[in-house]
Design a binder for this molecule. Sequence first.
Ligand code: NAD
Length: 353
Amino acid sequence: MTPFVYDGLPMRVMFGAGTLAKVRAEVERLGARRALVLTTPYQKAEGERVAALLGELSAGVFAGATMHTPTHVTDAALAVLRESGAQCVVAIGGGSTTGLGKALALRTGVDQVVIPTTYAGSEMTPILGETSEGAKTTRRDAAILPETVIYDVDLTLGLPVAMSGVSGINAIAHAVEALYAENRNPIISMMAEEAIAALGRALPQIVAAPTDRAAREGALYGAWLGGVCLGAVGMALHHKLCHTLGGMFDLPHAETHTIVLPHAVAYNTAAAPEAMAAIRRALGTGDAARGLYDLAGKIGAKRALRDIGMPQDGIARAAEAAMKNPYFNPRPLEAAAIHGLIERAWRGDPPNV
Ligand code: NAD
């Protein structure tokens, strides 16, 4: 067996249906006397429901979380947090809300209880991406890792079908890259294969029957595992490309992941045979990249970057940016092949396998 290092991350995870009811007990368990609830304007009602469950422990609701964790929003939330005297934040929502909770924890050391309502997986990672004046910085720090995560499948039953599909493939992307990560290890690889299998089964079922509880459970379970993978090992070409494309053209996060993933996998196919075998097993397909492209088709997702707002003249610029700042990838970065990859993803062609 290849030698490896495995660092387990200390977190408490509660998974089930109706688990939101445990939020007050979980805040008390952390020793907090007051907790500030965080969410987006769109999910304000859910935030208020959490505040009601917290009763006198609630320090109110800050419903200003938004995409890309802009620092001016964090500053506004920080003022509310300081004023409230809360020792804990309870973040209910997707990766954007989780990001705000992480940004506050990094600055103040408050504890975090996260209640995810998408499949982004951010709740399982010590990683925070923040934007300030248009520039995004990403950092990894133990202080960013949430203390407690409450997965309640009931909260995901209403996640719109289109968002469920792309958010689920975003979670698959974490697992896929974990399989060929430089610091991959057997336990994370097991979780990664299981994540891809669970989401690969659940996502088409959700499209057919959005409130199918078993399918929703499968997807949330897969999302959890995908998040663990992202938090535990390094990512490679796919995440780097999505980061570059998202930043350059302000593309939507999960949709970009969904379109790029089959092409990044095709690029790495020959260089990562064990990872490809795991993806094939998980999806029950003859080819990993094609299986991911077909899954995106099955869930009705867009498969072309041009359809989500990337300009054609951006292909060359993105290819050039992706070649800068070298990072690990199983296959070395080759300028012409990277350009071809982005071009195919832009057109929405099947992956080049
Ligand atoms: P999001 O959090 O931006 O949510 C999009 C919208 O959907 C929001 O208005 C939200 O309120 C709403 N929403 C969330 N759950 C819903 C539900 N169940 N029903 C109806 N509406 C719902 O989207 P996301 O894809 O979860 O997160 C994306 C962000 O997370 C990106 O900024 C990305 O960079 C970040 N992220 C970070 C990490 C990390 O480890 N740091 C990992 C993954 C994603």
